[in-house]
Design a protein around this ligand. Structure first.
Ligand code: ZN
Length: 132
C-alpha cells in the first residue's frame, strides 16, 4: 500500500458531510478496554505503559477510520472534459477506492470516477488532494 505523501496538499472548494464521530471512535476504544479488562480478570498482569499504548493505538485506529471516511465524504462537482470544447459535465462512472498512507496509518478512501465520450477520464478528488 503506497501513495506519494499528500500531507501538504491544500484542500479548497469542497463540502464534507458531517461525520458520526462517536460510533467508530467508541468502538475502537471499547474493544481495547474490554480486552484489557478480560486479561486482568483472568489474572494476567499488564503494565500501565502497555495500557497507555493500547489506548493510543485504539485512538489512532479510530481516528484513521474517521479520517478516511472524511476524505471519502468530500464532495465535488462533475468536471468538464479538458479535451472537448463542450461545457457538458463528464459522466459519473461510479466510485473507485484508493489505498492511502497517512499520519494515522494505512486506509482506503473512495472517490468518483468520471468519463467523457472522447475517452478522457478524471478523478477530481485525486486532483483536489494532489494524490495520484
Ligand atoms: Zn472529452
Amino acid at each position: 500500500m503506497s501513495v506519494k505523501s499528500f500531507h501538504s496538499s491544500k484542500i479548497q472548494r469542497t463540502r464534507v458531510k458531517k461525520l458520526n464521530i462517536s460510533t467508530e471512535f467508541e468502538e475502537e476504544i471499547s474493544r481495547f478496554a474490554a480486552s484489557v479488562s478480560a486479561r486482568l480478570a483472568s489474572g494476567e498482569t499488564v503494565t500501565l505503559l502497555e495500557v497507555e499504548k493500547g489506548f493510543r493505538d485504539a485512538a489512532l485506529r479510530g481516528g484513521n477510520i474517521l479520517f478516511t471516511k472524511f476524505l471519502s465524504e468530500m464532495k465535488g462537482t462533475a468536471p468538464i472534459c479538458q479535451n472537448c470544447a463542450e461545457e457538458t459535465p463528464m459522466k459519473d462512472l461510479g466510485a473507485r477506492s484508493k489505498n492511502i498512507v497517512s499520519l494515522l496509518g494505512e486506509g482506503t478512501t473512495t472517490r468518483t470516477y468520471y468519463g467523457c465520450e472522447c475517452g478522457n477520464h478524471r478523478l477530481p478528488k485525486d486532483e483536489l488532494l494532489d494524490i495520484r
